[in-house]
Design a protein. Sequence first.
Length: 178
Amino acid sequence: MRWVLAIALLATTAAADPLPSGSIGAVIAGDSGTGADAKVIGAGLNFGLQAAWQPMNSDRRLGWAIRWATLFGLFYNGSAAQIESTLRTVHMDFTAGMRYRPWASPSRYLALRGGAEMLRTNEPLPPQMHRSFVGGIAELGFEQYAGPVLFDFDLRYGLLGSEPSNVALFFGLSLTGP
């Protein structure tokens, strides 16, 4: 009876495994202007790099995340491409938000992020005829850990509150680490 009491007093609960808190990797996306901007911008492809910090333990269902991305875009069939046939863009964005795990598996998460985006184009975009834009951005995503790799799929809408607006479907592949 004494040894049962001794074991019960010495027993501790197991700590949850920490998930890799950082990630850095490549991203590629299909992108298109929305509304009136669909004709101006056209549709195209973005590619670039992203980095995220999302500290969380595997026993938690809710956590926070921040992410930075720089993307280069090539857009086709847009009326704004006057000098060249391709409209080229550079997107830089910073987002912050929440990660939620509705499943039992600690390797899958839904993410909701918002933040700011800067957009620069190689040609002026009507109606303002500017090349640089700043506005808000919103993302809804799915994240899947596979060992040291993080796959993410994001639906992104930007520039909120500004022109030109666009919607994009992103696929990211990142290496994770402490």
